[in-house]
Design a protein around this ligand. Structure first.
Ligand code: PMP
Length: 445
């Protein structure tokens, strides 16, 4: 047995299916920059960054040094029952960086799920209002409460809490109100205000509306640019807190440090995770003081805000800022978008290309007229790209959107390299060269 075969066997026998979302047999050995090597020494260009996590790239010297320094001093200090400098510095930094010059505080956790759960718990207590509104297609997490706030097709086996009302998200390529609707964002806001608020969900009982600026796991959906400002305005008019879940597209990915900045919108609550720790578990809620102070000890996790996680967060922010990674994400992202559009002209499978900065989605369809989702084809393209040395995943309510979220240090030459592989993978799938059998073991989502 090769090392890889051995690992595949152990993995199948030992690792729970409940934490599986597999697209191909990747067994990572080491990684540097935007490259990953597997246990057989094969190199891959990483256009996924482990689900938009490794924004500053793998093996960043500043990051390694910060973690080693912290380990030298102490591997742990409780923030729940004590203080330490890394958490205070990181909190100070986050408060300064995030939009809104009202009194703010910071809560720390380990992942996007616990952060969103905490927001969902504190908002009703802070406001005395019982309900939350979220959007169909949203992925806010995998704990019971954050699943209840989500509305992703992959989680439809789970029945969430009845206090969360879910409404349509404006998807320009597949407007839920019909293709003939001229302004999908306006239709979504009107539906919420004129129908939902006037029927099943009185606005005076709504504590918060939680939204993703780009609905990522839902299919890398970029709503019309008027959407977030209109939603912020609606929240303002009804005294509802606006929560932006920036877990996946925050930390520079869209070409701004935080995605609402593109629209001049100041959320009351900003949720961060994934790239905040560049792979070391860390999430944060940065929000109005009165929300995060709604009760003492209401969201405690023993090791939350630990010094290693906070050191990782600080080093990540410093690297993003000092090495101009946001500018790079905007510039190289625009180039990537243009190269993907050129692929669309060549491949009938591609129905739509959309994104901001280094968050790009490529929606595959069987027919450009009917827009029938090409889910099996997406699974095959992702698998074939892996064989050819490119790591990407697919997302979407219909499992048919290729997602591209590379480290923010990606170069134009690496874009060319990755797009050439994608081009080849698309051709191979279009020509029927990738069998159903090879993708059968990988359920994806
Ligand atoms: N929010 C968003 C927008 C996400 O994309 C995700 C994960 N894909 C989460 C929250 C949950 O984060 P985690 O998996 O770290 O709990």
């Amino acid at each position: 047995m090769t090392d890889l075969e051995l690992m595949i066997d152990l993995d199948a026998r030992l690792i729970s299916d409940a934490m599986r979302l597999r697209f191909y047999p990747l067994a990572m050995e080491r990684a540097q920059g935007c490259r990953v090597w597997d246990v057989q020494g094969k190199a891959y260009l990483d256009f996924a960054a482990g689900w938009a996590v490794v924004n500053i790239g793998y093996g960043h010297p500043r990051f390694k040094e910060a973690l080693l320094n912290q380990l030298e001093r102490s591997n742990f200090a409780s923030l729940i029952s004590g203080m330490h400098a890394s958490a205070l510095h990181l909190a100070e930094k986050l408060i300064a960086l995030t939009p809104g010059d009202f009194p703010k505080k910071v809560w720390f956790g380990f992942c996007g799920s616990d952060a969103n759960e905490t927001v969902g718990r504190l908002l009703p207590i802070a406001t005395g209002r019982r309900r939350l509104v979220s959007f169909i297609g949203a992925y806010h997490g995998a704990t019971a409460a954050s699943m209840a706030m989500s509305a992703h097709a992959a989680q439809s086996h789970f029945i969430g809490g009845g206090h969360v009302v879910k409404v349509p998200y404006p998807h320009p390529y597949r407007c839920p109100f019909g293709d003939e609707v001229r302004d999908c964002a306006q239709a979504a806001i009107r539906f919420l205000e004129d129908y939902i608020f006037k029927t099943i969900c009185p606005p005076e009982d709504v504590a918060g509306i939680i939204v993703e600026t780009i609905q990522s796991d839902g299919g890398d959906i970029v709503p019309p640019p008027t959407f977030l400002p209109m939603l912020a305005d609606l929240c303002q008019r009804y005294g509802i807190y606006l929560v932006v879940d920036d877990v996946k597209v925050g930390m520079g990915r869209t070409g701004r440090m935080f995605s609402p900045e593109h629209f001049g919108v100041i959320p009351d609550v900003l949720v961060l995770g994934k790239a905040l720790g560049n792979g070391i578990p860390l999430s944060a809620v940065v929000a109005r003081k009165e929300i995060l102070d709604a009760g003492v000890g209401l969201a405690i996790f023993t090791a939350a805000g630990n010094p290693l996680s906070c050191a990782a967060g600080l080093a990540t922010i410093e690297a993003i800022e000092q090495e101009r990674m946001i500018e790079n994400a905007a510039r190289v992202g625009a180039y990537l978008h243009q190269r993907l559009r050129a692929l669309q002209a060549k491949h009938p499978l591609i129905g739509d290309v959309r994104g901001m900065g280094l968050m790009q989605g490529v929606e595959l369809v069987r027919d450009r007229q009917t827009k029938a989702p090409a889910a099996r084809e997406a699974a095959k393209v992702v698998y074939r790209a892996f064989e050819l040395g490119l790591l990407i995943f697919y997302v979407g309510m219909f499992s048919n959107v290729l997602e591209i979220t590379p480290p923010l240090i990606l170069t134009e030459a690496e874009v060319d390299e990755g797009v050439a592989i994608l081009d080849q993978a698309l051709s191979d799938v279009e020509m029927g060269r990738v069998s159903d059998e090879v993708i059968a073991p990988y359920s994806g989502w």
